[in-house]
Ligand binder design. Structure first.
Ligand SMILES: O=c1ccn([C@@H]2O[C@H](COP(=O)(O)O)[C@@H](O)[C@H]2O)c(=O)[nH]1
Length: 293
């Protein structure tokens, strides 16, 4: 099955475009012992079981690799973070079969090194898609797209959700005699790569709606999957994103709107409150309703 088919099928199956970020923070877990893997495993077991029982199923999951590998201490032969990610990926597969996993690792390097990062995402972690930075140009992206052509998704950072995203991405560059923001040149490159590599997609934040509108309009007839972070903790609105995508005629089943911390630890600081599971469930229910197809 191609990645595009996987996106279409999973959103049809669950009826929404929610991408649930999986970026745990140890300090905010409800149960803490001295075993990181056990704590993370226990937390996601409880959360996923509740989601499954309540029929709250997102149409993608997005673990950010930094939240796991930062917990490893390989020089002490301790791979607790990576092993926890392994457990979580297994759980996703068992609780939510058919739902794609996007590994957020934002790689991109000279071609040979990119190939190794592609192997990291697709062979090592067996993810369905990966995020890639475009700064080093097309030969840094194609090894990802080429690795398992069509079957895997490659989301290129196009216009990111963070405040500093504008520092470079909004710089005006000259293109065919006119001035355009760099993010539109990146969008053009993504569209041109798409003609060769089916799985190419774009990351566009929900925190700058004017830019999301412009980019989604450009992609509307190009079958380019959009990964849209910035909803929830960063202040973006899933309702506004869905309305915009519909207005510009973007194929909704190819969009994935991401929220991470607001769905797994909305209490943000300190120990988890007693009703942590209900808080997570309520936020996920709202997000799923707001992103209904
Ligand atoms: O432009 C981008 C690209 C990636 N991210 C990642 O998404 C999540 C967002 O977390 P929240 O808790 O929902 O704010 C996180 O993994 C980021 O690294 C992004 O935010 N913006």
């Amino acid at each position: 099955m191609t990645f595009i088919e996987k996106l279409e099928e999973s959103s049809r199956l669950v009826g929404n475009t929610t991408c649930m970020g999986l970026d745990p923070q140890l300090a905010l877990l409800p149960e803490k012992s001295d075993d990181i893997r056990t704590d993370l495993n226990g937390f996601f077991q409880i959360l996923f079981r509740r989601m499954s029982l309540s029929g709250l199923i997102p149409s993608a999951f997005k673990p950010n690799i930094g939240y796991y590998q930062s917990l490893d201490r390989p020089r002490d032969e301790d791979f607790s973070g990576s092993l926890a990610l392994t457990d979580i990926l297994d759980m996703v597969e068992n609780f939510f079969p058919g739902i794609p996993v996007i590994l957020d690792s934002k790689r991109g390097d000279i071609a040979r090194s990119s190939l190794n990062y592609a192997m990291e995402a697709f062979d090592c972690w067996q993810s369905d898609a990966v995020t890639v930075a475009p700064y080093m140009g097309s030969d840094s992206i194609t090894p990802f797209a080429n690795h398992v052509p069509g079957e895997k998704g490659v989301y290129v950072l196009n216009r990111t959700s963070n405040p500093g995203g504008k520092d470079f991405q909004n710089l005006l560059v000259s293109s065919n005699g006119s001035s355009v923001p760099l993010y539109m040149e990146v969008a053009k490159k993504i569209a041109s790569l798409k003609t060769e590599f089916e799985g190419i997609g774009a990351v566009v934040g929900a925190t700058n709606m004017a830019e999301l509108t412009k980019i989604a309009t450009y992609y509307a007839d190009k079958q380019i999957p959009l990964l849209i972070p910035g909803v929830g903790s960063q202040g973006g609105s899933a309702i506004e994103v869905m309305t915009t995508l519909r207005e510009v005629g973007y194929p909704i089943s190819l969009a994935r709107i991401n929220s991470s911390s607001a769905l797994t630890h909305p209490w943000k600081k300190g120990a988890a409150p007693e009703d942590w599971l209900e808080l997570c469930e309520a936020n996920l229910r709202t997000m799923i309703e707001e992103t209904a197809l």
